[in-house]
Design a protein around this ligand. Structure first.
Ligand code: FES
Length: 113
């Protein structure tokens, strides 16, 4: 069991996640709002998260996940949370930013209503 701190748009939630569970699926099953436009199929990147702590407790990045992150220019601690499976006990911290909020920020100061 890993103790996972989910930071979603600045709100902190701590959930025990069993070994073998995905960060995205387990978070959603526990009421968190994690975007997942492609249904956990590694196609959309809306479930992207930054792993601030405990990256070594997660499954390694597979080729298809690396390709998606490369396409988005993400070469740091980003992961697709639907592809991250907890493999070891310990403490993990992941940080999410709303995809829609990020798109609006990328558009500059214009507010679209
Ligand atoms: S839900 Fe689409 S890549 Fe994770």
């Amino acid at each position: 069991m890993a103790k996972v701190t989910y930071l979603i748009n600045g709100k902190k939630t701590i959930i025990d996640v069993p070994v073998g569970s995905s960060l995205a699926q387990h978070g959603i099953d526990n009421g968190l709002e994690i975007e997942h436009a492609c249904g956990f199929n590694c196609r959309c990147t809306t479930c992207c998260t930054k792993v601030n702590k405990g990256a070594d407790l997660l499954s390694v990045k597979m080729e298809h996940e690396s390709e998606k992150l490369d396409m988005k220019g993400m070469h740091g601690n980003e992961r697709l949370s639907c592809q991250c499976v907890v493999e070891k006990d310990g403490e993990i911290e992941v940080e999410f930013e709303s995809w829609h909020q990020k798109e609006e920020e990328d558009k500059g100061d214009t507010v679209f209503i």
